[in-house]
Design a binder for this molecule. Structure first.
Ligand SMILES: NC(=O)c1ccc[n+]([C@@H]2O[C@H](COP(=O)([O-])OP(=O)(O)OC[C@H]3O[C@@H](n4cnc5c(N)ncnc54)[C@H](OP(=O)(O)O)[C@@H]3O)[C@@H](O)[C@H]2O)c1
Length: 266
């Protein structure tokens, strides 16, 4: 049976990706830091879907994260058919006030480990004529002040995915999923809480993953789940770039309101 590896499979979208891929008959490998939550998810998947579910506990912000994951797969003789790079978290606020090192950790998880894991597993994905699913965000469609590194990282993920898709065309599928606000723990960890949704309409992990797997079936390059999110992502002008950033600054500052604490005033 072909195996899907899902990062960030202890919560939110990752749990849903793992469950829906298992429902399609994939064995699954679940990667994240929280061992107890991963074991719980794995146990439920084995019970409900009668597939193999393996747990790899790994902090993807650590420099040796990807070699550790690759070693764990080799030890268990697992070959990956579908790689879902979903693990991630947001950082938000005035750039100079975000705790030192937090943006670095965020970029390690959201960008550096995503690329490294893709590089490490792409030979397996190609051999299996499988798929790579990268989770970006609607934040990746424009520069987003007060989410400066998060939005830039997600823009990287979107462009990296589209470029890789063009390279791998006909040999493996590559899909980039760009959700708007989804009901997950994301908003418990980002500094500005639920105001990080910036007025967007929330959807469920179940709906996002269902739409993602349907998009993968149709070999689409990227997906913005939800009509309103799609309109926002596609109708937002891209130029003049400085003006787009200035308008985004106003919109985001207004949406964040009191959540944007600090001493710098305008
Ligand atoms: N929710 C939204 O509104 C939204 C919108 C657009 C894009 N996204 C993207 O969707 C993806 C999934 O997020 P979510 O919404 O499902 O949030 P979530 O419920 O907070 O789940 C995040 C997952 O990432 C894992 N993770 C975080 N830091 C990690 C680290 N250092 N090492 C390994 N795993 C780590 C977490 O596991 P552990 O804590 O156990 O390590 C958890 O399984 C992220 O890439 C996020 O940027 C979310």
């Amino acid at each position: 049976m072909s195996t899907a590896l899902v990062t960030g499979a202890s919560a939110g979208l990752g749990v849903e990706f793992a469950g829906q891929l298992a429902a399609r008959g994939h064995d699954v490998v679940l990667v994240a830091r929280s061992r107890a939550r991963l074991e719980e998810v794995a146990e439920r998947i084995r019970r409900e879907h009668r597939v193999r579910a393996e747990v790899v506990v790994q902090d993807l912000a650590a420099p040796d994260a990807v070699p550790n994951v690759v070693a764990a797969l080799a030890e268990r003789a697992i070959t990956v058919h579908t790689l879902v790079n979903n693990a991630g978290f947001g950082t938000a606020g005035r750039f100079e006030e975000i705790a030192d090192g937090r943006d670095r950790d965020q970029l390690m998880v959201n960008v550096v480990s995503l690329v490294a894991l893709t590089r490490a597993l792409v030979p397996q994905v190609l051999a299996e004529r499988g798929a790579i699913v990268n989770v970006a965000s609607t934040a990746g469609f424009q520069p987003t002040p007060y989410f400066a590194t998060y939005s830039a990282g997600k823009a990287f993920v979107l462009n990296f995915s589209l470029a890789l898709r063009a390279e791998l065309k006909g040999r493996a599928k590559v899909l980039c999923v760009c959700p708007g606000p989804v009901e997950t723990n994301f908003f418990d960890t980002v500094e500005v809480g639920r105001s990080a949704a910036i007025g967007g309409r929330f959807t469920t992990p179940e709906a996002v993953v269902k739409a993602s797997l349907a998009a993968l079936d149709r070999d689409r390059g990227y997906l913005v789940p939800g009509l309103l999110n799609g309109l926002n992502a596609h109708l937002t002008p891209r130029r003049p770039r400085k003006m787009v950033a200035a308008i985004a600054e106003r919109i985001t500052r207004t949406a964040l309101g009191d959540a944007l604490t600090g001493t710098v005033t305008r």
